[in-house]
Design a protein around this ligand. Structure first.
Ligand SMILES: [Zn+2]
Length: 170
């Protein structure tokens, strides 16, 4: 009975991609395999008289359950960890940007996000109108490169804006 229910839940969970439902299915699977393991080992011990089969089957069942749990864990963490960088990491990146303060007017709309091992950083950079595209672009390259020194896998996106886009904060 449990195995039928857990199958149904698992199929629905796969369809909905719901981690909660999958863990529910896993819980039922666990019950099923524990029960099956006990019944199976009792039967085998009875038939063969080999008492060591019982702990062996218990261990194998436990390993199987851990393996399923591990798979579920790996699946459920990345979406939960899709969040912004810590305040100290953000401060460090902003500090890197500010070391080039002389070459731009201000920056705003700073956003950071981490999904798994990948960081995403983007912000608007306001440069003086007398800067050429070449100059502004090479400034972006320098800032990006310095961020990559800290976060090698990061994706940095700098949106360049003219003076008029300056956000008056003071
Ligand atoms: Zn802007």
């Amino acid at each position: 009975m449990n195995i039928v229910i857990s199958r149904i839940i698992k199929r629905a969970a796969d369809r909905e991609n719901s981690v909660a439902m999958k863990s529910n299915a896993l819980h039922l699977y666990t019950d099923v395999f524990t029960s099956l393991g006990i019944a199976f080992s009792l039967l085998l011990v009875h038939l063969t008289g080999w008492l060591w089969l019982d702990p062996l089957i218990a261990i194998l069942t436990a390993f199987y359950i851990m393996y399923e749990a591990w798979k579920l864990l790996k699946e459920s963490f990345p979406p939960l960890m899709d969040k912004r960088l810590s305040p100290s990491e953000e401060a460090e990146i902003k500090r890197i940007i500010m070391t080039h303060q002389a070459d731009f007017i201000e920056f705003h709309d700073f956003r950071s996000r981490r999904a798994g091992a990948q960081e995403y950083i983007d912000f608007h950079l306001v440069v003086a109108n007398n800067q050429t595209i070449e100059q502004a672009h090479s400034l972006c390259d320098v800032i990006e490169k310095e961020i990559y020194d800290f976060y090698a896998k990061a994706q940095v996106l700098i949106h360049l804006e003219p003076e008029e886009e300056k956000i008056l904060t003071k």
